[in-house]
Design a protein around this ligand. Structure first.
Ligand code: PLP
Length: 416
């Protein structure tokens, strides 16, 4: 459930009409709902209440400081994949002790910074990384807390670009080598082996793959315990699907029961979950304006002022995301439109065959754009990045200014 609703034919974010947002801040513009964000985060907190747990929001889904701040105030931990994301969460005052650092190619300077601030855990994705991290920790006279990211080889039945737990995926350490990798880590003096991690993909709507992965982790934990390697943290990753169209995602409480049934409620392990999309996806829309209506041979195009530079999911994954008129029209007939951006690429579309009653100048809102929207945006075609606005009941706040043109070439230099 979210707080973007029609009222007398006009789309609102909480108590604020999107027409008002567009007239205050212009388009294209991302609009987030604080109440939705909080509701989704709370659902995970409450579902896991019975177990020792930490909900680490995956920053890459949406790293806006206002989003991070709201979640931080609610007690969230954070999953970061780069030094940039680490600095973002520190900038809102997050405790380093609640940060987990994942990523297949961490650099030494990133490891050093994370050790310096004292993060909760490194999720290590290769044997090579163990050696590197051990050396960095040694040079600083510290011990680095680690979990190994296990690749459990399960097929989560999602788009191949967002499946990460198959055996030939670049992520994690293959399950077959996990025990050996733990023994190796255990022998290193500057590593503290604390947990096990996995993350099998994104936008998953079936619990089966999670159950399979959890059972594999449980088995590995037992084998390790027999060797005297006892872990205290199990990080089961994120990837929880949301409804874009007609998906029927499971609820956080169903997932929590699954964890409890596999790992027990005995608090032997601290359970960490890393939802990104499930928290912020349906808490945001992309607001845009129709610039041009035109007809090709057979297709009708609505060219809007946002495109793959603002929202790349349709172009990158063929993702379907709903497109709604901000104000419903009765004076023209609905027809099928290809909703496209102004970018010079044929993949630059936001929606195909959408039934809409449109005139030039109309406002549209693309739903479920809070996750992997702004965070994957670019300046392609020299387009300044969109503004971001947070609605909180009757108030609205500019949480990121629209980029200005001079900012685009700030830091560039001509030859003398
Ligand atoms: C991307 C990612 C997540 C979050 O994925 P969602 O699908 O947004 O929930 C969590 N953990 C790791 C390690 C990731 O790479």
């Amino acid at each position: 459930m979210d707080h973007f609703l029609q009222r007398e034919g006009v789309l609102f974010a909480e108590e604020v009409s999107l027409e008002e947002v567009a007239s205050c801040y212009g388009t294209p513009c991302y609009v987030y709902s604080r109440a939705t964000l909080e509701r989704h985060f709370r659902a995970f907190q409450e579902a896991l209440q019975g177990q020792k747990h930490l909900v680490c929001y995956a920053v890459k889904a949406n790293g806006n400081l206002a989003v991070l701040d709201i979640l931080c105030r609610m007690g969230a931990g954070f999953d970061v994949v780069s030094i940039g994301e680490l600095e973002r969460v520190l900038a809102v005052g997050a405790e380093a002790g609640k940060v987990i650092f994942t990523g297949t190619g961490k650099r030494e300077d990133e490891m050093r910074r994370a050790l310096e601030v004292g993060i909760r855990c490194f999720s290590v994705e290769s044997e090579s990384e163990l050696y590197k991290l051990n050396a960095v920790a040694k040079s600083m006279g510290k011990r680095a807390p680690i979990a190994l990211r296990v690749n459990p080889d399960v097929n989560p039945q999602t788009h191949p670009y967002i499946a990460t737990g198959l055996k030939d995926s670049k992520f994690g350490i293959p399950a077959t080598r996990t025990l050996e990798a733990y023994r190796l880590a255990k022998r290193m003096d500057f590593l503290e082996v604390v947990g096990m991690d996995c993350h099998i993909g994104s936008q998953l709507t079936e619990l089966d793959a999670y159950r399979e992965a959890a059972l594999r982790l449980k088995h590995l934990l037992e084998v390790l315990a027999q060797e005297g390697i006892c872990l205290r943290m199990v990080d089961v990753g994120g990837g929880f699907g949301i409804r874009y169209k007609d998906e029927e995602p499971f609820l956080p409480c169903a997932y929590a029961s699954l964890l409890e049934s596999v790992f027990g409620a005995s608090n032997d392990y601290e359970m960490v979950v890393e939802p990104g999309r499930a928290i912020v996806g349906n808490a945001g829309v992309l607001l845009m304006r129709v610039e041009v209506l035109k007809q090709a041979d057979t297709l009708h195009f609505a060219v809007v002022d946002a495109g793959m530079s603002e929202l790349i999911r349709p172009a990158l994954y063929g993702a379907w995301m709903d497109i709604l008129p901000v104000r419903k029209r009765e004076d023209v007939e609905a027809r099928l439109w290809e909703v496209v951006g102004p970018i010079c690429e044929s993949t630059d579309f936001l929606g195909k065959e959408r039934s809409l009653a449109l005139k030039e100048g109309d406002l549209l809102a693309q739903r479920s754009a809070g996750a992997y929207g702004f965070s994957m945006s670019s300046n392609y075609n020299a387009r300044p990045r969109a503004a971001e606005v947070m609605v909180d009941k009757t108030q609205h706040f500019l949480v990121r200014e629209r980029e200005t043109l001079p900012k685009l070439w700030e830091g560039e230099h001509r030859l003398p």
